[in-house]
Design a protein around this ligand. Structure first.
Ligand code: ADP
Ligand code: DAR
Length: 379
């Protein structure tokens, strides 16, 4: 499955760069971190891969520098290009295996299977718990490295190619693409508050070298009613997002499938038989899908650890109201599928749908539990 030829790469690294990498690794040994980088970058693996360089120039340091700078990382590593997943597979393999709940180096990601969106109903059938529903995926365009290795010209070329293709979307998918520097600060803040625009200044991405030339090459596509959103060159080349108020997962997923399919017919998305669709972060490989709800859980959410443990039972991940690395506001949580690799698109959606329904049933049972149940704030 591996792309790179590790043996040939052994002598490529610049001696000064190797010295810096070895110094930083020595210091990292004394850093207290619970990241998967800390867990899996053993001295043995470090020594076996430290001299390697991919054909586009990525080194081990490029992969791990975000986790070295941010000990509170959950993962701590990114792939500066597609080749890094094979060139440094001794480190990526165990991280991928643990994050995606068991996906080994000899496993193959299944073929794309979006299933039938009409088989997914409305998550609010038991009551209006879900405020809004979102399905997104990451996509990378063949021929371009990932953020840390993109040149200024490549950012411009990628933005032009993707922007042109977005302009061909039809009917309810049709809309407009704008570069970030074409959107004033007030409108950017408004779009951010509506959770339509990506957050800026993410320290994990900045430390990974993913914010160079900012805001060059970055932008956002919105269809007429802002239910289809595409982010260009934020964390990945594309983030394709379908979202709307309420809990109608069937409608959100149907729009998502039509948009991803239409764009995939015109853009060559990077993928491999082993890892599926390739992304900058190893958490977004395979289907690269994150299906989420904004859901208000004043009872179950009053004990975050209990909520996290309950979500984990259904392979769900809990984020705050503004997504990753944010806190919940008024008990509104972002709950989504955790697994994206080794399962099909429809399996990821079904796993999330079923898990959210269980969470809702649990919240309802706490409500019906009367006085003995924890009462959240009477909002
Ligand atoms: P990702 O793009 O990987 O999903 P984040 O966790 O940063 O990354 O989420 C991006 C944005 O999407 C955040 O503003 C978050 O609040 C928003 N978001 C996620 N799920 C929903 C949802 N179901 N409804 C509305 N906004 C959402
Ligand atoms: N913040 C980094 C990445 C975690 C996954 N989220 C992404 N890729 N947006 C971490 O290691 O915690």
């Amino acid at each position: 499955f591996y792309i790179g030829n590790e043996e040939d790469a052994a002598e490529k690294i610049d001696p000064a760069a190797l010295g810096l990498l070895e110094e930083e690794y020595e210091k990292f040994k004394d850093v207290d971190s619970r990241s998967l980088l800390k867990k899996y970058l053993t001295q043995e693996i470090f020594d076996s891969v430290k001299r390697r360089v991919t054909s586009k120039g990525a080194t081990l340091h490029d992969c791990i520098k975000s986790g070295l700078a941010n000990p509170d990382s959950h993962i701590g590593l990114y792939a500066p290009d597609a080749e890094s997943y094979s060139m440094f597979h001794e480190l990526f393999d165990p991280v991928i295996d643990e994050y995606h709940g068991g996906f080994g180096p000899d496993d193959s990601h299944p073929a794309t299977d979006f299933g039938d969106p009409s088989h997914l109903g409305d998550l609010n059938e038991l009551g209006n718990y879900v405020l809004s529903t979102r399905v997104r995926c990451a996509r990378s365009v063949e021929g371009f490295p990932f953020n840390p290795l993109l040149t200024s010209d490549q950012y411009a070329e990628l933005e032009q190619d993707v922007g042109y293709t977005l302009g061909t979307l039809e009917d309810d998918l049709a809309g407009n693409y704008r570069s970030l520097d074409e959107i004033g600060p007030e409108e950017q803040e408004e779009l951010l508050q509506k959770h339509l625009l990506f957050k800026q200044g993410d320290r994990f991405l900045e430390a990974a070298g993913a914010s160079r030339f900012w805001p060059e090459g970055r932008g956002i596509f919105l269809n007429e009613n802002s239910t289809l959103v595409v982010w260009v060159n934020e964390e990945d080349h594309l983030r394709i997002i379908s979202m709307q108020e309420g809990g109608n997962m069937g409608e959100v997923y149907d729009r998502f499938v039509r948009a991803v399919t239409a764009l995939g017919e015109k853009l060559p998305f990077s993928s491999s038989g082993h890892l599926g669709f390739l992304s900058f972060c190893p958490t977004n490989l395979g289907t690269a899908i994150r299906a989420s709800v904004h859901i208000r859980l004043p009872l179950l959410g009053s004990d975050r650890q209990k909520l996290e443990d309950t979500a984990a039972k259904y392979n769900l991940q809990v984020r705050g109201t503004s997504g990753e690395h944010s806190e919940a506001e008024d008990y509104v949580f972002d709950i989504s599928n955790r697994r994206r690799l080794g399962i099909s698109e429809i399996e990821a959606l079904q796993e999330m749908y079923d898990g959210v329904m269980e969470i809702i049933r649990l919240e309802r049972s706490l409500e019906e539990g009367g006085t003995e149940s924890r009462k959240g704030p009477s909002q």
